[in-house]
Design a protein around this ligand. Structure first.
Ligand SMILES: Nc1ncnc2c1ncn2[C@@H]1O[C@H](COP(=O)(O)OP(=O)(O)OP(=O)(O)O)[C@@H](O)[C@H]1O
Length: 323
């Protein structure tokens, strides 16, 4: 018997041809999965459609669109234990990259067909579900600058140009960060709290690796003294993220905690999973194991060991004694 799933499809996401995209998805999935297809509209978003699907008790929910659609649908699925699949068709595709899911339609569909799922954390930001990250300050301003029209014209370059423009009006703010056991006060240009983040979300890349199922959130604070330092700090984060190292500059700090309460002076805009969501103060807490996501099958990595050339080495296999 075929599996079944609710497919939530944003027909205006990205720059592709939505009819072709949908036809491709159906041609790959429908031989094995009965799809019940719902389209987002300007009035009915992925969040509402996913909520309704959860209410109907569907077997699986698949969302296809840009990061906005995927995050909104994921948010509605948090805590339901319903397997969730994503097919990225957006500009940045941060959601797929952060979770190691292919960002091509064919690749993403294969992952769903394989049926392998992984339980990952989610988070809650001022009452709204969050899967990837919340950006305060610089990143929020950049996202706001990269509007729909610019994204249609320029794709991911729209974010880069918006970032460069934003750097011209570089500003810092006072920030107070409260965790379950500490309060930290500093000045900052950007504060990012990540549950999961692709390497391209540079302002989330203070720590060496963001673990998506550790029950903790990673906060990065970027506090450059001036524009030149801001550029250098951004470049440093870009480099360290690409090489998998933790940031090592005095004006970049990071810490892990289960929850953060962040207050700024003056108030700063917040972007959550790519969408502007009000302004500070903000409270964010981790929801351990909140999502059950279709992810690629990965080969088990054998623990590495190297013993055989040690001088006078003797290795005794205890299991053979028991036989
Ligand atoms: N049928 C529709 N007509 C107009 N707007 C829509 C429709 N369906 C969804 N939207 C809007 O699309 C936005 C979400 O777009 P989404 O993030 O999926 O794509 P994107 O902007 O192309 O991708 P990215 O976030 O990667 O830049 C939401 O603001 C939603 O209201």
């Amino acid at each position: 018997m075929n599996r079944s799933a609710c497919l939530i499809f944003n027909p205006v996401a990205g720059n592709g041809d939505p009819e072709q995209d949908l036809a491709q998805i159906c041609s790959i999935l429908e031989p094995q999965i009965d799809l019940d297809i719902y389209f987002t509209t300007a009035e009915i978003d992925a969040d509402q459609l996913a909520h309704e699907a959860v209410g109907r008790g569907v077997d699986a929910i698949i969302a296809s669109g840009g990061d906005g659609t995927l995050s909104a649908a994921a948010a509605a699925v948090v805590g339901s234990n319903i397997p969730f699949g994503i097919i990225s068709r957006g500009t940045a595709n941060a959601f797929a990259t952060a979770l190691g899911i292919p960002d091509t339609i064919a690749g993403a569909c294969q992952v769903i067909l394989q049926g392998n799922t992984r339980v990952v954390d989610a988070a809650n930001c001022n009452g709204h579900p969050m899967v990837l990250l919340a950006g305060i300050g610089f990143e929020a301003e950049t996202v706001e600058r990269a509007d729909r029209e610019a994204k249609n014209r320029l794709g991911v370059l729209a974010y880069i140009l918006a970032g460069l423009q934003q750097l011209r009006s570089f500003e810092t703010f006072e920030v107070e960060i409260e965790t379950e056991d500490r309060t930290i006060k500093s000045t900052a240009a950007a504060v990012t709290v990540a549950n999961a983040a692709p390497a391209t979300s540079v302002f989330a890349q203070g720590p060496a690796g963001i673990i998506v199922d550790d029950g903790l959130l990673d906060l990065t604070i970027v506090a450059p003294a001036n524009k030149a330092a801001a550029i250098a700090a951004t470049f440093h984060l870009f480099q360290t993220a690409s090489t998998g190292n933790a940031a090592d500059r005095d004006d970049i700090g990071y810490l892990r905690a289960k929850q953060f309460k962040i207050t700024t002076n003056p108030p700063q805009k917040i972007v959550v999973d790519g969408e502007i969501l009000g302004a500070t103060p903000v409270e964010i807490h981790c929801i351990p194991g909140g999502l059950n996501i279709f992810v690629p099958l990965t080969e088990e990595v054998e623990p590495v060991e190297k013993l055989n050339r040690l001088p006078n080495v003797v290795i005794e296999d205890k299991r053979s004694k028991l036989l």
